[in-house]
Design a protein around this ligand. Structure first.
Ligand SMILES: [Zn+2]
Length: 372
């Protein structure tokens, strides 16, 4: 029976939404709690509201994973005089850790914006505004031929995908030389004698963010006391990631029909929109939560429509001026979809990691603060 600690789950969350992708102003990650505490029950929610924290404690959870961070700006005090301070105290007293996955989850490949895009029928999606281009490193390691497959398998989880291809590597044989010095315990060869050993040169592309993990895996899997490996920085650009998405509908439709379709898909009581109801919609940009600041990016990208939330009056006027249709689908409806998705993905990831005794449940007490 393997029970994860808060830090283990933070590691799993970081694979879904790497913290390095977050916007500079954001504050995702472990908000409160004990990295060493054991976790057998996790709740997933959109907002760390007092009600949600109560629900998590009532359900005997030791960890709450939310989209919006509980702590955003540096705190000057933590007292019960504020809702935020009360929540922090309640969580700590109740042994509840809180992890937020915010803009890092919005931006991540397979994150919230990709989830929203697939729910609203978009394919061939690209980021609407690129925030990060993943840096790549070529990892080259020399290994005896009979150990090649073992090492390759250990490194594959950290190898960068090349387009639609994963597990990419290259190997070629040669002769390695070394003289073990006094005190060495060589895997092959003898102390003081020049060894000439048939070796394979194994090459893989690694994303920079994965490099520390890849090197740790290499050192753990390589049979040599002192594995020889090289890291080459590359000019090749890796995957482009960013805020929002732009993609295409399978079939063009009208703005009025698409508004009604979204209302049903997102279980929204009503949607506000800007534009001619009969306008033809084919290329759609989106940004979950609050993305009206991307109006110009959407127009420049040739989108017919931007789907987002939190739209203000003058932003609606700007959309009119740009000739861009705009749907305000609400902050809550475009983001609450993360709860079921993360509950399911986290549950699967924990099982895959062998944590069979840790349950993940969705918070069912949240509702949109806006009512119609
Ligand atoms: Zn949000």
């Amino acid at each position: 029976m393997k029970i994860p600690k808060t830090a283990d789950i933070a590691g799993v969350v970081n694979k879904i939404a790497p913290i390095t992708l977050a916007e500079a102003w954001d504050n995702p990650g472990l908000q409160v709690g004990d990295p060493a505490a054991e976790v057998t029950r996790i709740m997933v929610a959109l907002d760390p509201t007092p009600d949600v924290i109560d629900s998590a404690l009532k359900a005997s959870c030791q960890l709450l994973v939310t989209h919006h961070p509980l702590i955003f700006k540096p705190l000057k005090s933590i007292t019960t005089a504020t809702s935020n301070g009360s929540s922090i105290q309640k969580a700590i007293k109740g042994g509840l850790s809180i992890i937020a996955m915010h803009t890092n989850y919005d931006i991540a490949s397979g994150g919230l914006n990709d989830l929203l895009a697939s729910k609203i029928g978009l394919s061939k999606c690209a980021p609407l505004k690129v925030t990060t281009t993943l840096g790549l490193v070529k990892l080259v390691v020399f290994v005896p031929g009979d150990q090649l497959e073992h090492l390759r398998a250990a490194l594959f989880p950290y190898a960068a995908a090349e387009g639609k291809y994963r597990d990419c590597s290259f190997a070629a044989g040669g002769i390695g030389t070394f003289t073990p010095l006094e005190g060495a315990a060589p895997f092959t060869g003898t102390v003081g004698t020049l060894a000439k050993v048939p070796e394979e040169r194994l090459e893989l592309l690694i994303e920079r963010t994965q490099l520390p993990r890849a090197v740790r895996a290499l050192l753990a899997a390589h049979p040599y006391e002192e594995p020889a490996f090289d890291l080459y920085p590359l000019l090749n650009e890796g995957e482009k990631l960013g805020i929002g998405r732009i993609g295409r509908l399978a079939e063009p439709t009208t703005l009025a029909e698409y508004v009604e379709r979204l209302r049903i898909i997102l279980s929204a009581p009503a949607l506000r929109y800007v534009g001619d109801p009969t306008a033809r919609i084919s290329k759609v940009a989106l940004c979950s939560g609050s993305g009206a600041s991307l109006l110009h990016d959407a127009a420049r990208s040739g989108a017919d429509l931007l789907v987002t939330g939190d739209v203000k009056y003058h932003e609606a006027r700007d959309a009119e001026d740009l000739g861009l249709a705009l749907i305000d689908a609400g902050h809550f409806p475009t983001e609450i979809i993360m709860v079921d998705e993360i509950t399911e993905r986290l549950g699967r990831a924990l099982l895959a990691a062998g944590y069979t005794e840790c349950q993940v449940e969705a918070c069912r007490t949240e509702s949109d603060p806006f009512r119609i």
